[in-house]
Structure formats: structure tokens, C-alpha cells
Design a protein around this ligand. Structure first.
Ligand SMILES: NC(=O)c1ccc[n+]([C@@H]2O[C@H](COP(=O)([O-])OP(=O)(O)OC[C@H]3O[C@@H](n4cnc5c(N)ncnc54)[C@H](O)[C@@H]3O)[C@@H](O)[C@H]2O)c1
Length: 354
């Protein structure tokens, strides 16, 4: 199948794209490589190192399915510069959907988030439950879902994955996702902090999520709509305990520190629809995911654990600061341009009208 993946060089994409290529698909990735080219060891696919906002419609010629992962991918990044969050998550999705409709691409699969449920407390939510995001990230994903769903018809069959928080090792590693973060702190500092023990958070291993994407691209046209995609719901305390036990089983004992920090996100989701309609069957436990991270990265002396490059918001903050400097340069350029035009000699005045 000819598949275009946006954001394919990020955390999820760096596991998904090699799997799609290994399965024989003809894959094109559009990614502006914010976190580097995490597909550089992979051959047999096409990479456009570009912003999806600059997507050239020709890249969609012959494409049979689009998997849309590009965007601002957590709350701290979204809060840092909300305007960019709404552009990259909401507006960008609307533009991409428009191009896909123009090119008559039927299958569109979107990486949304369970965090759009907001604070649903003890109640288990399914795809029919109301969503109540109250911060830029969740709101922008809700707008993106609307941009997709509102134009669904018999020729445009979107599948929206409301993804649980992902964990596990990937070629593009992230240490800002709860299990991965706890693993890092347990290994490097001998202590895992549980910010709020009572809150609920559904989880999924990155390879189980990739398996769900593979099911979605194979699904018949009748299948469309929203799917929660989670392996299991845990309280934050349970997550801390599972990571602590997994580290102990790998001879890395650590203590749990229980805090009482506010967090507006707490939700328990039911993924029955993904199981019954798509055949989604997650397999990988927290213990296996933690053991693999430790095995891949090594002991606390390994620099990868400590490098801020693996925390999205740290990279993003620096990028925005650099972009603001570019904006200052652009403003200076305009002031200079005005001076240059003001001082044109009559012989240099343009002769033609606009
Ligand atoms: N990781 C999770 O736990 C999780 C959970 C729920 C939903 N999601 C969603 O899944 C998607 C993928 O998540 P991830 O963890 O792989 O994120 P990520 O931040 O690791 O990767 C996102 C990728 O998209 C690219 N990108 C961003 N904006 C772009 C643009 N305008 N043009 C081109 N490329 C762009 C980045 O360069 C990056 O490579 C995101 O949309 C995220 O919101 C992730």
C-alpha cells in the first residue's frame, strides 16, 4: 500500500515507519525533523524534510492512506507557545484533510489523544462520552478531530485514535512520558516521584500502538470513526509501583516518593471498540517495556538518560527562542527595506504599475 506518514520521524513514527517498510508498504514521510532524523538508518522509503504546512500536493499522488502524527505532542510544548500549538495541531490538520479530499484519498488515520477527556475522575469513558479539554493541547486535538470528522463521507473514511500515554523504547526516545520518566528517575536517582497517586492514566506500549495502526490500514472501508487505544488504565501510584518492581527485578532498587501535585488530567478509558472492530489486542506490559529501556540504554552513567534532547519541551523551548531571534531579524530587514525605498533616486523608481 502507498502510505504517507506525517511526523514519521518522531517517537511513535520511529517505530511505526520501519515496521511499515518491513511489511512491504511504499512509505513517504513528511517531517520537519524537530528532534532530528530518527529514520536515518532506514532505507527504502521517501523522506520530505519539510513542514506539513508546506506539503506539496504532488506528494499525495497515488497515496492510499495517510497516517497523521505530526503536531505539538504534549501539554508543556503547547502551553509554551499556544499559537503554534493551534496552528500545528488544528489548522494544519484542516489543511491536510483538504488536500486528501482533493486527491480522493479514502483512508486517513489520526493520532489524537485520550487527554481530550480532561478530568473524568472515576468514571470509565468510551468514545461516546463527552470530551472536556481545558488546555491548549487537548483543545487543539479536539479541533483537529472535528476538522476530520466533519467531512467524513463514503469517500473519506477517517479513523481517529485517541491514544493513551505511550511508553517504551523507540529510536527517537522520549523521557517526558510517565513510564519512561519514572524509569529514568529510578535508574539515575534511585527515586521515583508519584506526583498524584489517585489520578488515572491509561497506557500503551509503543509497539502495541504500532500494531493498532497496522490494523487500521488493513480495515475495510466500512470501519471509520473514533477509537480509544489503551492497553490498561492505572492510577499514577500503580504506575510508580509497577516501574519500581520492574527496576527491582533488573537489580535496580529505588524508592517511591508520593507527592500531592495538582494535575487537570485524570481519565480511565475503555478500548472495547478497538478490540471488537479492529481486533486490537495489546500485549506488552509495563515490566517488559521498562526492562527493554534499561537494556537498550544501560546504567545511570549513560549520557542519554540525562540529555535534555530527549525531553520534547526542552528542545522545543530552544527552537522557539531561535525563531524569535529570526523574527527580530525579519523586522530589522523591513525597517532597512523602508529606508532603502525612501532613498531611491528618481531614475530607480519603478516604471510599471502593480
Ligand atoms: N506519545 C504519546 O504518548 C502520545 C499520546 C497521545 C497522542 N500522541 C500524539 O501522537 C502524535 C505523535 O506523537 P509522538 O510522541 O511521536 O510525538 P513526537 O513529538 O515525538 O513526534 C512528532 C513529530 O512530528 C514532527 N512535526 C511536528 N510538527 C510538524 C509540522 N508542522 N510539519 C512536519 N513535521 C512536524 C516533529 O518533527 C516530530 O518528528 C502526536 O500528534 C501526539 O500528539 C502521542
Amino acid at each position: 500500500m502507498k502510505i504517507l506518514v506525517t511526523g514519521g520521524a518522531g517517537y511513535i513514527g520511529s517505530v511505526l515507519v520501519p515496521q511499515l517498510v518491513a511489511d512491504g508498504h511504499d512509505v513517504t514521510v513528511v517531517d520537519k525533523l524537530t528532534f532530528g532524523n530518527n529514520l536515518k538508518d532506514l532505507a527504502g522509503f521517501t523522506l520530505h524534510d519539510r513542514d506539513v504546512l508546506d506539503l506539496e500536493p504532488d506528494w499525495l499522488d497515488g497515496i492510499e492512506a495517510v497516517i497523521h502524527l505530526a503536531g505539538i505532542s504534549n501539554d508543556p510544548m503547547a502551553n509554551f507557545r499556544p499559537r503554534d500549538n493551534f496552528i500545528n495541531n488544528s489548522a494544519l490538520t484542516g489543511l491536510l484533510v483538504y488536500f486528501c479530499k482533493q486527491k480522493k484519498i479514502k483512508r486517513f488515520i489520526f493520532g489524537s489523544t485520550c487527554s481530550i477527556y480532561g478530568f473524568s475522575s472515576e468514571k470509565m469513558v468510551d468514545e461516546q462520552s463527552p470530551v472536556s479539554p481545558s488546555f491548549p493541547y487537548g483543545l487543539s486535538k479536539q479541533h483537529a478531530e472535528y476538522a476530520i470528522s466533519s467531512v467524513a463521507d463514503e469517500n473519506f473514511r477517517p479513523i481517529i485514535f485517541r491514544q493513551a500515554t505511550v511508553f517504551g523504547w523507540a529510536p527517537r526516545m522520549r523521557f517526558d512520558l510517565v513510564v519512561n520518566t519514572m524509569t529514568k528517575y529510578g535508574v539515575c536517582h534511585g527515586k521515583i516521584s508519584v506526583n498524584n497517586p489517585r489520578l488515572w492514566r491509561p497506557l500503551i506500549h509503543v509497539r502495541d500502538l504500532v500494531a493498532a495502526y497496522l490494523l487500521a490500514i488493513k480495515a475495510p472501508d466500512e470501519v471509520a470513526g473514533i477509537f480509544n487505544v489503551a492497553a490498561k488504565n492505572y492510577t499514577i501510584l500503580e504506575i510508580g509501583q509497577e516501574v519500581q518492581q520492574a527496576l527491582a527485578d533488573n537489580s535496580l532498587p529505588c524508592e517511591l516518593e508520593i507527592l500531592d501535585q495538582e494535575d487537570p488530567r485524570s481519565y480511565r478509558v475503555n478500548s472495547n471498540r478497538a478490540a471488537s472492530v479492529l481486533g486490537f489486542e495489546p500485549k506488552i506490559s509495563i515490566a517488559e517495556g521498562v526492562a527493554e529501556i534499561v537494556w537498550k540504554i544501560g546504567d545511570a552513567q549513560q549520557p542519554q538518560w540525562h540529555n535534555p534532547w530527549f525531553i520534547n519541551a526542552e528542545v522545543y523551548r530552544k527552537k522557539i527562542i531561535a525563531e524569535e531571534k529570526t523574527y527580530e531579524m525579519w523586522k530589522n530587514f523591513m525597517v532597512n527595506l523602508k529606508n532603502e525605498f525612501d532613498n531611491l533616486k528618481p531614475s530607480e523608481w519603478p516604471q510599471e504599475g502593480p
